[in-house]
Ligand binder design. Structure first.
Ligand code: ZN
Length: 304
């Protein structure tokens, strides 16, 4: 294959995107142990949790405690998802140094729930950026459902551009395109990634794919072909939503690691260590996980 990168950066998001959908609530100690394991496996970027209201997302209520327990880890970025200014303040309190905001690309969804367009939501993040910068906290932004949403289907490219430009205007240049609804397809992923890569050279990009329709790996490869090198994944393929029939988690970390290892793409992450962590997780949550490699093992382990 042409145009594949020689190295990529993976952000492990299982502790946030994965655990937030689980019935079993892990203790802060259990999360810290998994976090130490992920750091030992070689991750340089990890999404540790979120600062949502603890009543809305009880699984993430211990995020502050986890940050206090782990402290600063040199060379490793430990980021948290935040909803608003209160999230930045909680980050300051517990020593979190990197936060991520989120907006939905669905105009209908945003207008119905928040009575504003996605660009207006992003313009409202200016206060978060100021507060973060004043406290030495790095800040990034995510666009949820930039490919397609259950309300309008395919999102027009101009709508995505308007949200990106709103982020750039408030001073956020690190942007994640997040296929939360699992509706993206490789051809569209390639086109949108190539478009934003070309049009906004000042921005740096993350891609976040859910495997709801089995296309997450193909979408990652399509994004790589368009120049992208930063991807979220979740150990054990953890995630999904118990209330949405058929909802799936993020693409499994070990599946991405296996594909990269066998294709000569460097990740800096040890797949064997991640598989051990996913097995620990499977025991703690007491259900099967959505990971091909965890089920079948690596092909190279079959050869005697
Ligand atoms: Zn997600």
């Amino acid at each position: 294959m042409k145009n594949l990168p020689s190295a990529i950066t993976l952000c492990e998001v299982g502790l946030r995107d994965g655990l937030q959908n689980e019935k079993t609530i892990l203790s802060a100690e259990q999360k810290v142990e998994l976090l130490r394991g992920l750091i030992a496996a070689g991750f340089k970027v990890i999404e540790v949790g979120s600062f949502m209201h603890p009543k809305a997302v009880p699984q993430m209520a211990s995020t502050d405690e986890v940050y206090k327990a782990i402290g600063d880890v040199p060379g490793v970025e430990l980021r948290a998802l935040i909803p608003n200014l209160r999230g930045v303040r909680r980050a300051v309190e517990c020593g979190c140094k990197k936060v991520k905001l989120n907006v939905s690309a669905s105009r209908q969804h945003n207008l119905k729930n928040l009575n504003m367009t996605p660009e207006e939501s992003v313009a409202g993040f200016a206060g978060c950026v100021q507060e973060a910068q004043a406290n030495g906290i790095a800040i990034s932004g995510s666009i949820s459902m930039p490919f397609a949403s259950p309300w309008e289907g395919r999102i027009p490219e101009a709508d995505v551009d308007a949200i990106i430009e709103a982020y750039l205007k408030v001073g956020i240049t690190e942007i994640s395109l997040s296929d939360a609804s699992g509706m993206a397809v490789p051809t569209h992923v390639y086109d949108l990634c190539a478009h934003v890569w070309e049009k906004y050279p000042q921005a740096s990009w993350w891609l976040h794919f859910h495997n709801t329709r089995g296309l997450a790996m193909a979408n990652i490869l399509a994004a790589m072909e368009a120049g992208m090198t930063r991807f979220d994944s979740s150990f054990g393929g953890l995630g999904g939503c118990p209330f949405v029939p058929g909802a799936a988690g993020n693409i499994s970390t070990e599946d991405v690691l296996n594909m990269c290892d066998e294709s000569g793409i460097q990740t800096g992450v040890d797949i064997v260590k991640v598989m051990e962590l996913s097995r620990t997780l499977r025991e703690a949550l007491d259900h099967d996980l959505d990971s091909y490699i965890l089920r079948a093992g690596r092909a190279k382990d079959l050869i005697v």
